[in-house]
Design a protein around this ligand. Sequence first.
Ligand SMILES: NC(=O)c1ccc[n+]([C@@H]2O[C@H](COP(=O)([O-])OP(=O)(O)OC[C@H]3O[C@@H](n4cnc5c(N)ncnc54)[C@H](OP(=O)(O)O)[C@@H]3O)[C@@H](O)[C@H]2O)c1
Length: 375
Amino acid sequence: MKFGISAATILLTATVSATRSPSFHLSRNLASSTAAFVPHINIHGASSLTKRNMSSTSTPIACPTIPLRDGTPHPSIGFGTYKVGFIPASASSAVASTFKEEPQRTASECVADALSCGYRFLECAEFYGNEAEVGKAIKQSGIDRKDLFLCSKVWTTTIEQGEEAIRARLDQTLKELGTDYIDLYLIHWPVPGKHVEAYKTLEKLVREGKIRNIGVSNYAVEDYKELIEGGITMKPVVNQIEINPFLYRRNTIDFFQNEGVVLQSYRSLRDGKAMDHPLLAKIGASHSKTPAQILGRWCIQHGFVYMPKSVKVERMKENAQVFDFELTSEEMAELDALTTPEALTTFEELYRKCVNRDTTKDGTMEGVKMDITID
Ligand SMILES: NC(=O)c1ccc[n+]([C@@H]2O[C@H](COP(=O)([O-])OP(=O)(O)OC[C@H]3O[C@@H](n4cnc5c(N)ncnc54)[C@H](OP(=O)(O)O)[C@@H]3O)[C@@H](O)[C@H]2O)c1
C-alpha cells in the first residue's frame, strides 16, 4: 500500500520517478471520466469546522507518489498554504491589498476543505503565519497522523539567528501542527553565510527524530554546491522552487534531478495570473480541461511535486483532477517554450532580493551570489 491510499481507491497506475519523463498508464474508464477519479468528495456547502469530521472518512486523492532518497513516498500533489487565511507582513503590498478587498475564510476552514477534498500533503512554513490554524484543521479532521505528509520550512529570520532559534521554531511548528515529527523540513531561502550551518542543525534534528527528511527551497545550483562543499552528511531530498511553463529553468531542473533531488514546484499555477493564456485555453479545450488543470498536468508529467493553493473549495477539487488525462509530447513542448528571457531576468532579481529578506541584511546585496545559474 502506498501513502494512505487503499488498494481499492487506486484507479490509476502511474509511475513517477525523479526523472524528466514519468510514464502514466491510465485505465480506459478513468481516461474518459474525470468524475470517477476523485471519489466521494462531499464538500458542498461545507465551510464550518463544526460540521467537519467528514475528513476522516474522505477519500485521499489517488495520486502517484515520488520516492525520496530513502524511499519515502512523497505524494505528487499537495495543498499550498501560503496566503491562506493570513498574509505575512513582508509579502507584496499589491497582493495584500487584494486580500483585504475580498472576504476571507480562516486557514483552518480552508485546510479543512482541502482535507475533505482528499489532499493529504500539506505544504506549510513558519513564514506563512498560519500553522496553528493548519493544526486546528488537522485535529478536527480526525485523520490519522500516519496518513498525512506534512512539510514545513524555517524562515530567514530564524536561520540567521542560528541553532537555538531553529530548534525553538521547529518545536513551535510541531506544537502548532499538533504532531511530534515533521515529514519534511526545509531551509526556506539560502541565507548568505548562514544557510549551511542552519542545514547542519536540521541534520541533528533528523537524528533526534523530530524530522524524517530534510531539504531546501529556492536554492540555485551554486547554493546547493556550497552546501555539499560545506561538509553536510545528508543530501537534501527536495528543492522547492518556482516552476511552471512561464518559468521553466531547464539547466537548473536537470542539475537537481540528476543529483536525485526531487523538485517541488511552487507557483505551479503562476499565482493564478496566466489563466487566460491562449495556449492554455487551446490545449485545455482539446482535453476538456481548464487552464489550471493543464498547468497542473504539465507539472505532474515532468515529475515535479504539484502543490496548488486555493481558498475556494471548487478550485481545490478542480486542481486535484490532473491524473486522468495525458498531454502529448507536442503539447508539453509548446508549454515548455513559454519561458522568456525577461522571465529569467525577473527571477534573478527576485532571488537577489529574497535571500536576505527579513534578515538584518534586508535590502542589501551583502553576501548575495551575483552569478548564479539562471536558466
Ligand atoms: N518556497 C517558497 O518560497 C514558496 C513561494 C511561494 C509559494 N510556495 C508554496 O507553493 C504553494 C503554491 O504557490 P502559490 O500559492 O504562490 O501560487 P499558485 O498555487 O500558483 O497560485 C495560487 C493563486 O491561484 C489562484 N487559483 C488557484 N486555483 C485556481 C484555479 N483553478 N483557477 C484559477 N485560479 C486559481 C488562487 O486564488 P484563490 O485562492 O482565490 O482560489 C491564488 O491566487 C504556496 O501556497 C506555498 O505552499 C512556496
